[in-house]
Ligand binder design. Structure first.
Ligand SMILES: C[S@@+](CC[C@H](N)C(=O)[O-])C[C@H]1O[C@@H](n2cnc3c(N)ncnc32)[C@H](O)[C@@H]1O
Length: 307
């Protein structure tokens, strides 16, 4: 078995997002023109910015005792929603019509997120790079697609995309982001379905994909209450993903958030799944660097195979 390439992935090209500071179990972030404080248990060090910068935040997420619950305390006026953008590394570079630029809506949500996981932008760049080198449009599958940004990145680079998420609301949000990004004419199929069930059905139908990206939560539910539990469900899902890969696939990329999983173990799992294909597995931590003191916050572990 080839050794896994271990690395830190850092999304370095954001203009509209910034991790301003972290410490004392919190992080201070900028999403467009507004700043937010969210819990970050791993930030065990002290904050570096002065208290006045933290006090200037527009809203603070107050968690309840359970891991996922809580609410936003709004301290300064913020709109119900606003727009952010991200320039994709397309070659030639984005046209003035903005088709190489993701434009999307963000808002504070009860689940503490705002509609974008900024650190996964390094996966978008990775996909864009692979997809745009292909002569034929590759078939890309995005599982647990949330607000659709990975789907839009792959489509902007020339892929035919199938986007799957259990939540109707997330899929509508993703479709709005498609319009905002000027990508309405791009071939994206929007599917509200349980991720595992969907891939199992695609296997039966004999549908193949050249690239698959998945960003599963720790716990989740399909539209019919199907239970997603990462340790139990991921091996089966990855195995089924392999079964729907084309003979000459481009990539298979997975991120795992908020679990006590080691990138080594996720990487080794992917190596086993992809052993019959010639390619490379990289795995490691997905990090964000603060602009205050340059410290890294590890947000997720990832593993990705590419040809
Ligand atoms: C993008 S993932 C979240 C991963 C994230 N990075 C985290 O911190 O948990 C969440 C998405 O997965 C979707 N989801 C949850 N369970 C699902 C299932 N069984 N099948 C398909 N989508 C599911 C949710 O609707 C949501 O949009």
């Amino acid at each position: 078995m080839p050794p896994t390439h271990f690395s830190l992935l850092e999304a370095t090209r954001w203009q509209d997002y910034e991790l301003l500071d972290s410490g004392d179990g919190l992080k201070l972030e900028r999403f467009g023109a507004y700043t937010f404080i969210r819990p970050e248990v791993q930030a065990m060090w002290s904050r570096s910015l002065p208290q006045k910068d933290w006090d200037a935040a527009h809203a603070v997420f107050q968690p309840t005792a359970e891991e996922s619950g809580g609410h936003w305390v709004v301290k300064k006026k913020i709109p119900d929603s606003w727009q952010m953008k991200y320039s994709l590394p397309l070659t030639p570079s984005p046209s003035p019509t903005g088709r190489g630029e993701l434009r999307f809506t963000v808002m504070t949500t009860p689940g503490r997120h705002l509609g974008v996981f900024p650190e996964v932008a390094s996966h978008w760049d990775f996909m864009v790079d692979l997809v745009q080198k292909e002569n034929q449009p590759p078939n890309v599958l995005n599982l647990f697609g949330y607000t659709g940004l990975a789907s839009l990145a792959a489509a902007a680079a020339g892929a035919k995309v199938t986007h799957v998420d259990a939540s109707k609301k997330s899929v509508s949000w993703a479709r709005e982001n498609q319009q905002l990004s000027g990508l309405s004419d791009k071939p994206i199929r929007w599917v509200v379905e349980d991720a595992l069930k969907y891939v199992q059905r695609e296997e039966k139908r004999g549908v193949k994909y050249d690239g698959i990206i998945l960003d599963p939560p720790k716990f989740g539910r399909g539209p019919k209450g199907e239970v997603w539990e990462i340790y139990k469900s991921l091996p089966n899902l990855l195995e089924t993903c392999r079964a729907v890969l084309s003979d000459s696939p481009l990539f298979l990329a997975v991120t795992v958030y908020a679990v006590k999983a080691s990138a080594i173990h996720v990487g080794q799992t992917l190596e086993e799944i992809m052993k019959k294909y010639k390619g490379t597995v990289e795995s490691g931590e997905m990090v964000t660097r603060e602009t205050s003191a340059g410290r890294l916050l590890s947000q997720a572990v990832y593993a990705r195979w590419s040809k």
